[in-house]
Design a protein around this ligand. Structure first.
Ligand code: ATP
Ligand code: MG
Length: 244
């Protein structure tokens, strides 16, 4: 029975797609059956972060409303246990049939062990689409005070939706930034009002990997890739300490 995990932020460009792709690879590498869904209708790019941009993939709409079977989802050539559904290009999130989307996710629960949903920026229809059916939410933020405050606002919105299993990921953190901002793990949790599940360092490899059309964890094992592996282990219930 799959756990449905939505990767959200509120603020744009915090690294949702990169982190979602890294976690999907890490989980698949450890043998989990993973379905990764790009929920960013119109502005999709999870295929790029997964190194799948040169392959044709069905969209979630093809499956939820188009009559295609879920097992026709694109399988990753490097990770056989990782399946992928892209987002539709020309259907705004407001027009997506939530009931049909939920039914597709229910079907996915019996085939996969993790379903990861990569949300668009903002806290409107796309945010709700990704969050609505999720068992667990990962809020991705940057380390700066404005980003952490935005994450707290997204956390409030999730509370209004009745979502309680929310964890924070601070992306693009560096020792220099943490010490300049006098930022500790406890500070981050106090300021955001959210428990932390992981930190991902600033790492040029995240952008380099996409430039070479490779998924991050194939491109490198270090830094951001290693951080994604540690967060994936925590998602699997293992105890891995969080340190800045
Ligand atoms: N840890 C990191 N270190 C360095 N660069 C990063 C890191 N994480 C993400 N980036 C870069 O930041 C940019 C935005 O990342 P990404 O597309 O994952 O964010 P997003 O939150 O999904 O954006 P959007 O809100 O537009 O969907 C990309 O160019 C990506 O390569
Ligand atoms: Mg994105």
């Amino acid at each position: 029975m799959a756990e449905l995990i939505a990767v959200l932020s509120g603020k744009g460009g915090t690294g949702k797609t990169s982190v979602c792709a890294g976690l999907a690879q890490a989980l698949a590498q450890s043998g989990e059956q993973v379905l990764c869904i790009d929920c960013d209708a119109g502005l999709r790019n999870l295929d790029i972060a997964l190194g799948l941009s040169q392959f044709g993939a069905l969209s979630f709409l093809d499956v939820s409303e188009g009559g295609y079977a879920l097992d026709m989802a694109l399988r990753h050539p490097l990770y056989p246990t990782l399946a992928f559904l892209t987002a539709p290009v020309s259907c705004p999130a407001e027009q997506i049939d939530m009931e049909a989307f939920g039914a597709m996710l229910d079907a996915a629960r019996s085939t996969f062990s993790y379903v990861l949903l990569d949300a668009p920026a903002g806290i409107d229809a796309g945010f709700r689409l990704a969050a609505q059916f999720a068992d667990r939410i990962l809020l991705v933020t940057g380390p700066d005070p404005a980003a952490i405050r935005d994450a707290a606002r997204a956390g409030d919105e999730l509370e209004r939706m009745g979502k309680t299993n929310v964890r924070l990921i601070v992306n693009r953190i560096s020792k220099k930034i943490a010490s300049a901002l006098h930022l500790t793990v406890d500070d981050i949790m106090d300021k955001s009002g959210l428990p932390l599940i992981g930190l991902v360092p600033e790492d040029d490899n995240v952008t380099m990997a996409t430039a070479f059309k490779q998924p991050l964890l194939t491109y490198t094992k270090k830094d951001a890739a290693a951080a994604c592996r540690r967060i994936a282990k925590r998602l699997q219930g293992m105890k891995v300490p969080v340190k800045i």
